[in-house]
Design a protein around this ligand. Structure first.
Ligand code: COA
Length: 323
């Protein structure tokens, strides 16, 4: 028994924040942001929109693309670090919104930008074990709510959005393998100060907690770890680089993506890029890019895709997929 990607969906909030908009509120320039990151625009939620709201749009699109109905879904795995509530988890909220099977397992995974790959990996294993037939896998984030608007090293990078896939049980291999990793020794390089740890007085949840990042250290680690994990995924399947049709990377920084593509000897025409328009949407970035490539007809059934992501934790991972 295998799982295969039966349908994809994506959603972006309406508000567009361009580099020129950011130039007006902080010491930066469109040229600097483009050159150092490849980002031109990113989206931002309005005050009345949340992670689960966006996830619902993406999930409905993925379920429809799979030719299914919400009641067919029997597992929800949701990657996010910007949940609507501390609990119930975002997958549970989504289950009720969509009207999926009552009683089906629904859980979220905090693996930062690798959240979708982690969720995909777990959902795939449920299906392979025969414990689920149609799993909804979501990555959705409202990073704008945990980004310091005055911090030019992070505010230029992050955006909001949601992506989803439906994995269905299949006799033929779809997800060939997944590879997920973490190294908590680097937790201090990219983190959000929010949470309920030391220094928080009982009964308080202070606002103003933001992402903190050591950009160039994160950059170097991302290049190294992503280079390793894409080779690991190919080797695990006895495949050569030239077997790949598409790289569907986490959209953190164009230079990181280019480094991974070089490692794979893949021309940039074979890389699905959304970074220019979306910025870094954390766990939403890979499913949004996948959905973009599927919907515009570039990614075709039967093609071999390599999905990868890297994020705070640090966490990283990859999935080799016969689409
Ligand atoms: N606009 C203009 N200048 C900026 C700037 C901005 N938005 N942000 C930083 N700078 C300045 C710095 O202050 C520094 O100035 P200095 O040389 O006078 O000290 C200079 O640009 C270079 O900074 P540095 O941090 O070395 O730049 P960089 O080439 O590493 O690029 C990032 C910065 C953040 C774009 C890059 O490190 C990066 O993308 N890292 C990975 C981040 C990431 O992907 N995080 C998410 C992982 S999931």
């Amino acid at each position: 028994m295998y799982s295969r990607i039966a349908g994809t969906g994506g959603y972006l909030p309406q508000q567009v924040v361009s580099n020129s908009d950011l130039e007006k509120v902080m010491e930066t320039s469109d040229a600097w942001i483009r050159e150092r990151t490849g980002i031109v625009r990113r989206r931002r939620v309005g005050a009345e929109e949340s992670t689960v709201d966006m996830a619902e749009h993406a999930a409905r699109a993925a379920i429809a693309a799979a030719g299914l109905k919400p009641e067919d879904i029997d597992l929800i795995a949701f990657g996010t670090v910007t949940p609507d509530l501390i609990f119930p988890n975002s997958a549970v909220l989504l289950q009720a919104r969509l009207g999926c099977k009552r009683g089906c397992p629904a859980f979220s995974m905090e693996a930062a930008c690798s959240g979708f790959i982690y969720a995909l990996s777990v959902a795939d294993k449920f299906i392979r074990a025969g414990e689920a037939k149609h799993a909804l896998v979501v990555g959705a984030e409202t990073l704008s709510r945990i980004t310091d608007p005055a911090d030019r090293t992070t505010a230029i990078l992050f955006g909001d959005g949601a992506g989803a896939v439906v994995l269905s049980a299949s006799a033929d291999p779809g997800i060939l393998s997944t590879h997920v990793h973490a190294d908590g020794a680097h937790a201090d390089l990219l983190y959000c100060t929010g949470g309920l740890g030391r220094g928080k007085a009982p009964g308080t949840m202070p606002p103003g907690d933001f992402i903190r990042m050591a950009g160039s250290e994160v950059f170097k680690l991302a290049v190294t770890r992503l280079g390793q994990v894409v080779e690991e995924a190919l080797a695990a399947n006895g495949l050569e680089k030239n077997a790949l049709d598409w790289l569907v990377p986490h959209q953190a920084n164009m230079r990181i993506i280019q480094a991974t593509a070089r490692k794979l000897d893949l021309p940039m025409e074979r890389v699905i890029l959304t970074i220019e328009e979306h910025g870094n949407t954390s766990s939403a970035s890979v499913p949004l890019a996948l959905d973009a490539g599927v919907r515009d007809g570039r990614i075709k059934r039967g093609e071999l895709l390599l999905l990868e992501a890297f994020g705070g934790g640090i966490t990283w991972g990859a999935a080799l997929v016969r689409y």
